[in-house]
Design a protein. Structure first.
Length: 340
């Protein structure tokens, strides 16, 4: 899929990239997305935001997921927010289809998509060469029965024969992953390693990452957690609780507030627990995004943040990063098991 083409300032046939803004929670991704859309508007280009946060797709889960406010959504149109009910289930494979359809639709109208979200696999699934092999309950059941009778070692030995590349990167003592690998081979007729996520764009994209000193990020998380708990989050959870499905209930903070409502923790403990787990999540997000060499990192506190982001976008549109991005997959260490 190719983006729309346009001509500007002597640069012919430039391809406006999808802009993907990534980074840890509370780093200011939504604000930068809106600022970029407005900056593009001043030069005559229309842009809209595509949400890539797993939990902001659920209706009613507003405060706990730090969803863009109605005022922010009025400034720049947002897509893939409030698209499913809390008792429904969103998966990466489902999001991939929704996001690619949305991006294709926007580009067909000459609108540049700006993807914003901290869910790393979701953000990559929309733009990268990532496939999600299906499942077969009968195949899975037979493999699980074999594991009980023959042992995990026998299944792993079979995997070494059928897909030595996958076996070389997997733990022989993890029968669940071995079973999944053999299931994919049986269902698709291809090696399990063929479903390995690739750092290779299938949609022309430029990724901008927001970085913050750890102390500042922790401070922002503390402030946001307090504002959530005093700004209606408890009432939000109380209202949604009867309709929270298994997937939606995994959103950070919701179970902690449920425990508070059930008298299992006081408000101070609830605050501390949510803040601590959010900081841990932010560290994991930075580790995830840090593995992607195509991301252009910017300091979130830099007064010239928007200008710097626009300069990166201009270089990307001109194709300046294409030679480097094209080889990213060759020198990144992949980890089998990301796609389960």
């Amino acid at each position: 899929m190719r983006g729309a083409t346009y001509s500007s300032k002597g640069k012919d046939h430039m391809t406006p990239r999808v802009v993907s803004i990534v980074g840890p929670t509370a780093s200011g991704k939504t604000g930068l997305g809106i600022a970029i859309a407005k900056a593009l508007e001043t030069r005559g280009e229309h842009a809209e935001i595509v949400n890539a946060d797993a939990y902001q797709m659920y209706r009613g889960m507003d405060i706990g997921t730090a969803k863009a406010t109605p005022e922010e959504q009025a400034e720049v149109r947002h897509h893939l927010i409030d698209v499913i009910e809390p008792d429904d289930a969103m998966s990466v494979a489902r999001f991939q289809q929704l996001a690619r359809d949305c991006i294709r639709d926007l580009q067909s109208q000459g609108i540049r998509p700006i993807m914003v979200g901290g869910s790393g696999l979701y953000a990559r699934a929309a733009i990268d060469d990532i496939s999600f092999p299906g499942t077969d309950p009968d195949v899975r059941r037979r493999l699980e029965e074999r594991e009980k009778t023959e042992g995990a070692g026998a299944l792993f030995a079979e995997l070494k024969v059928k897909d030595p590349q996958a076996a070389a990167r997997m733990d022989p003592h993890n029968p669940r992953r071995t079973i999944r690998a053999l299931e994919v081979i049986a269902v698709t007729g291809k090696p399990y390693s063929a479903s390995l996520p690739r750092y290779r764009y299938v949609i022309p994209t430029v990724q901008i990452g927001l970085d913050l000193p750890r102390e500042e990020l922790d401070r922002r998380i503390d402030i946001r957690t307090k504002r959530m708990l005093t700004g209606g989050f408890i009432e939000e959870v109380e209202r949604l609780r009867p309709r929270l499905g298994m997937t939606a209930s995994r959103a950070l903070g919701y179970q902690q507030v449920i425990d508070y409502l059930d008298g299992l923790a006081d408000l101070d403990d609830t605050y501390m627990d949510i803040a601590q787990k959010t900081k841990r999540l932010a560290r994991k997000q930075m580790g995830w995004f840090g593995r992607d060499p195509r991301i252009h990192w910017l300091q979130a506190l830099n007064p010239s943040l928007t200008d710097n982001a626009m300069a990166i976008i201009a270089h990307a549109d001109a194709g300046d990063y294409d030679p480097i991005d094209a080889h990213a997959d060759e020198y990144v260490q992949h980890h089998l098991g990301d796609i389960g």
